[in-house]
Design a protein around this ligand. Structure first.
Ligand SMILES: C[S@@+](CC[C@H](N)C(=O)[O-])C[C@H]1O[C@@H](n2cnc3c(N)ncnc32)[C@H](O)[C@@H]1O
Length: 340
């Protein structure tokens, strides 16, 4: 993208991903199923039907995740955007090679306020917001692209579970010295230190040297990232134009958990979930938990589980009707007006 039109942070982030496209510069390698699994589980749990829906993937990278979802969801139309040339070219070429007719691509900077992408039923912004120059502004820009009953899926880094990665990042930074964009040098330092590339939830089963290099850059040499916890997430949502949000799931080390704030709940989907009754096994602890409001419960879950990432669903008010009142998700929902 024309570098002059980008702010300084976006320019540096984009240059980094052009040199080390995420999650992999290798086209035609195994695609990654995490996103299609997430959307599938969401459909199963809520009955949400993606057929006929318009979906925006904001910051698609090399598309390894989005294209797998588009392959499974043939009756859904996708627009995939990214600011960086090379990842987008890889995604586009892979889609062409697969003969995928339901995905379009466009180069786009999420920091621009333009609304000319159109409106969408669903926006995906996975692993992107925390690299934006101003996540709040970026999210507000995305909310303008949502229909009145639209939902937005976000994956953002968690601060509570990122201590070890941040500690390692600082070691690498000190040894690298003054030029943080000397990525090849930095990669060698990471390798010499024998740091691995699986410090957060979503890097699964990718092989190949150039892919590993991309993952090392993303996790230990990233030029810009910010970390969130429940309070800062709430502030982010409150200032974005969204009416509310719920935490769908968290990642802790390499494992994913559906997010459950209730002490007693019947399990509908056979997947690991947060279990506060196990974390708080005595009547005294349970009573303390029961006295908390939902935002305080979110904070306690943060402190007990220490997530390195959150999968959130941001909501416009019209989206309330998509969920059953007694459902896990609506029970998890934090509405901005309730906490003003
Ligand atoms: C960590 S990758 C995530 C890729 C993909 N969403 C996934 O989950 O595999 C972050 C992507 O966000 C893109 N990005 C960063 N800042 C952006 C901006 N201002 N506008 C559009 N894309 C941006 C980067 O170019 C990069 O491809």
């Amino acid at each position: 993208m024309e570098n002059q039109s980008l702010d300084e942070i976006t320019r540096r982030v984009s240059e980094m991903y052009d040199r080390f496209p995420y999650p992999s510069p290798e086209m035609g390698t195994k695609k990654l199923k995490e996103l299609s699994n997430l959307l599938g589980i969401f459909s199963r749990e809520t009955g949400f039907d993606f057929r006929g829906k318009r979906v925006l993937d904001a910051g698609t990278g090399t598309g390894h995740r989005l294209l797998e979802a588009a392959l499974v969801m043939k009756e859904t139309s996708f627009l995939a955007v990214d600011v960086s040339d090379r990842p987008l070219a890889i995604a586009r070429a892979t889609a062409e090679a697969e003969g995928l007719g339901n995905v379009e691509f466009r180069q786009f900077d999420l920091m621009t306020e333009s609304s000319d992408l159109g409106r969408f039923d669903v926006v995906l912004c996975m692993g992107v917001l925390h690299h934006l120059a101003d996540p709040q502004q970026g999210l507000s820009n995305l909310v303008r692209h949502l229909s009145d009953d639209g939902i937005i899926f976000l994956y953002v880094y968690g601060s509570h579970g990122s201590h070890e990665r941040m500690r390692r990042k600082q070691i690498v930074s000190l040894l690298l010295g003054k030029d943080p964009s000397a990525f090849e040098h930095g990669i060698q330092i990471v390798k010499d230190l024998e740091f691995d590339s699986s410090m957060y939830g979503w890097n699964l089963n990718i092989e190949g040297e150039s892919t590993k290099d991309s993952l090392f850059v993303d996790s230990y040499l990233n030029v810009h990232e910010c970390l969130f916890e429940s309070e800062t997430l709430f502030k982010l949502i409150r200032g974005s134009g969204l009416d509310g949000f719920m935490t769908y799931g968290i990642t802790v080390d390499g494992s994913g958990y559906l997010f459950e704030t209730r002490l007693q709940a019947t399990q509908q989907i056979p997947l690991h979930r947060t279990e506060m009754a196990k974390k708080l096994p005595t009547p005294l602890l349970t009573e303390g938990y029961e006295n908390l409001n939902l935002l305080e419960r979110y904070r306690l879950l943060d402190l007990l589980y220490q997530p390195n990432g959150y999968t959130l669903i941001g909501l416009r008010s019209g989206a309330r009707n998509l969920f059953k009142p007694e459902s896990r998700l609506l029970q998890n929902a934090i509405w901005v007006d309730d906490y003003s």
